[in-house]
Design a protein around this ligand. Structure first.
Ligand code: 8Y4
Length: 301
């Protein structure tokens, strides 16, 4: 074990707080959940701008729900390395009509909004979102207060640097200590702002200002993050660490992503953000069954 902190065994992850409060909705995390990616950016052919695009996004959301998605993550600002910034009005125009349409058609499904902007958080929750997925962990001015005020759940993600430059030269003295310390700080700040503990999810931010070695170290040490006693979200789908490990382009990374999703759930993650919903749902259902059977608990020894 690379840290002095006592680890919380991953096979206890199913004993963590299992009901995430998402405004008026509750997400049952006694099962691991797929958070399905729904990009509403112009390059995705389904930005919320006009009726046809809203309809295309709703059709895709409906399909992903049928394939097992428990959360639909609607994003109007690309956070891929090097992506251009988007203004508030443009982001609102893209995400709000899509969230309204999904919420009207599927009122039981949890919708998350992938944003860092306080105005977008408030409008998205008013339109039906129950979870704020902020890769900047509520660090922009006004974001903490906006999120607290909504009663939605929040995902606090670790990132080193900013999306436009984070992959230039990631460096850590101790990536596990850095991410662990960051989580402790952002959780405390969120609690002090009035966000209840049963509204918080944490995420080490795979690929966000991290080299392959950092991503692997974080995934290998995932059980240590369980010491925060909060649900853990992991996003690995199609990311470059899979490309680096397998020498595969984006369109050939599904199996690698499914393997990492399985490993993450066995190590304690409860929410997996993914593009390939059916495959990820199958994999994490198997991982859940293994955990229920005592996987990793050495009880036969
Ligand atoms: C191909 C496709 C290659 C997509 C890279 C990517 C996370 C996240 C993203 C995550 C949480 C992405 C919004 C990056 N990743 N939110 N968002 N956790 N909470 N890149 O890991 O998908 S976007």
């Amino acid at each position: 074990m690379s840290s002095a902190v006592a680890t919380f065994p991953s096979y206890y992850s199913h004993l963590l707080p299992m009901r995430l409060h998402c405004g008026s909705q509750i997400l049952d995390l006694s099962l691991p959940r797929v958070m399905a990616v729904l990009n509403v950016t112009p390059d995705s052919f389904s930005d919320g701008g006009c009726f046809q695009n809203i309809h295309a996004a709703l059709t895709r959301a409906t399909e992903m729900i049928a394939l097992g998605a428990g959360i639909i993550d609607v994003g109007g600002e690309s956070t891929r390395p090097g992506a251009a910034q988007v203004g508030v009005e443009e982001e609102l125009r893209r995400v709000v009509p899509v969230i309204e349409a999904i919420h009207r058609e599927h009122p039981q499904v949890i919708i998350s909004v992938d944003t860092s902007k306080p105005e977008v958080m408030k409008a998205a929750v008013a339109a039906g979102a129950g979870l704020i997925n902020d890769v900047r962990a509520l660090a922009l001015p006004g974001a903490l207060e906006a999120a607290a005020q909504t009663q939605a759940a929040v995902c606090l993600m670790h990132m080193q640097g900013q999306p436009d430059s984070m992959q230039v030269a990631p460096h850590y003295a101790d990536v596990l200590a850095d991410v662990g310390g960051f989580m402790a700080e952002r959780v405390q700040v969120s609690l002090e702002a009035g966000i209840a503990i049963n509204r918080i999810v944490i995420d080490p931010g795979i690929g966000f200002g991290k080299k392959l070695e950092h991503n692997l170290a974080l995934l290998a040490a995932l059980p240590e993050l369980l010491k925060h006693n909060l649900p853990i979200l992991i996003g690995v789908s199609r990311k470059s660490l899979i490309g680096q490990l397998l020498n595969r382009p984006i369109e050939q990374r599904m199996a690698g992503g499914v393997a990492l999703a399985t490993a993450s759930v066995l190590a304690g993650a409860r929410i997996i953000r993914a593009h390939d919903v059916a495959e990820t749902h199958d994999a994490i259902s198997i991982a859940h069954a293994l955990l229920q059977a005592g996987y990793g608990s050495n009880k036969s020894q």
